[in-house]
Design a binder for this molecule. Sequence first.
Ligand SMILES: C[S@@+](CC[C@H](N)C(=O)[O-])C[C@H]1O[C@@H](n2cnc3c(N)ncnc32)[C@H](O)[C@@H]1O
Length: 374
Amino acid sequence: MEEHLTVGRVAELAGVSVRTLHHYDGIGLVRPSARSTAGYRAYSAADVERLREVLGYRRLGFGLREIAELVDDPATDAAAHLRRLRGLLMEQRDRTTAMVRAIDAELEARALGIRTTPEEQLKVFGAQLYDTIGSAYPATRRTEPRIAARVWEALGDARTVLNVGAGTGSYEPPDREVTAVEPSAVMRAQRPAGAARCVAAAAESLPFEDGSFDAAMAFSTVHHWQDPIAGLREMRRVARRVVVFTYDAGTSGTGGGLERFWLTRDYLPEFAELLVGWPSLADLAGAVGGRAEPVLVPWDCADGFFEAHWRRPEAYLDEEVRRAVSVWTRVGPEAERRAVDRLREDLSSGRWTERNRDLAALEAAELGLRLIVA
Ligand SMILES: C[S@@+](CC[C@H](N)C(=O)[O-])C[C@H]1O[C@@H](n2cnc3c(N)ncnc32)[C@H](O)[C@@H]1O
C-alpha cells in the first residue's frame, strides 16, 4: 500500500515549516490529496514529488506564481522537471564557481596590497559568458567534418594559423602550426591534451605583431565579441588570409533571418533581440575585405551548434543539447521554457511534422551560416 505522510513528517523531511506547507496548500500549490487512517489530510507519493519540484524551483529563486505555472504545465512530466532543475542548477553552480574564483583573486590581490581595476571587479558580472556556461560545451560541441573541410580548404596553403575565439579547438586544422586565442579560462581549461598553444586574449586586441600569421580563422565566435568589426580588423592586421564562419542575420528570401529557421520563426522569436545592433554580413565581410559563401548545415551535423538539429527537432527538448548553445542562456529561462514546451506539444500532436513536411527530404539546409574568406 502507498505510504502517506503527515504534514509534520513532510515538513521535517523537507526542512520547511508546517506553516509553509499549509500556505502551499492554501494557495493550491501543493495540496495533500490523501487521508490518513485517522482522517487527516496526508501527502501521497505524487504530492511529495510535486513538493520536491516546488522546493527545487524555489531554491533557484523562482517566485511562487511562476512555480505554479511551471508545475501545473501538463506537458512537463516529472523527469522533464528533474532535467530542467538539473540544468538550471548546473548553470548556477558554474556561475557560483566563477564568482568564488573572482573573489579569491580579489582577496589575494588585496593581501598583496594590489588594487584591482573597476574592469576586473565587474568582469564576473559582465561579459564572460563562457566562464559561466562553458563547462556544458564539450557534451555536444565537436568537429563537423564536412564544415571543417570547407574551412581548411579556405585556409589555402597557410602554414601558420591563428584561431581566434578558439574554445576547445574543434576546427583547428591538424596539419598546420596553430596558435589559439581564447579569453575564457573555462574554455581554455577544456582544450584536449596536445591541443595547440592557447593565449588568453580577446579578438579586439590581439597580442601579435602585424602579419605574424599566414592565416587567421574564427569559428562561431564573432557574435560573442564586444566589437566584432574591431576584432575582424585585428585578424586582418595579424594575418594575410582571413577565414570566418559566422551567421547572416538578414538575408532570407522575404521575412529576414528569423524566418529561415522554424525554431526561431515559430518558437523562439526572442532570438531577434540578440541580433539588435549586430553588424550586417556586408559590414563583417567589409571589415576583412572578403566575400561570403553560404555553408549548408547537413541534416546529421555532428557539431551541436544552434541550427544543427534542424531535421532532428526532438534534440531541442534535451537540456544537454541546449546548455551547450549560448542562445538558450542569452534569451533567458522564460523564453527557453516557453519555446521548449510549445515545441514538445507540437511534436506530440504532429503539428511540427505537418508544418515542416518539406524538411524530411532535405539533406542539408540553408540557415544563414556563412564563410567569409579574405
Ligand atoms: C561558440 S564558442 C566557439 C568556440 C570554437 N571556435 C568552436 O567552434 O568550437 C565561442 C567562443 O568565443 C569566445 N569569445 C567570447 N568573446 C570573445 C572575444 N572578445 N574574443 C575572442 N573570443 C571570444 C568564447 O569564450 C567562446 O569560447
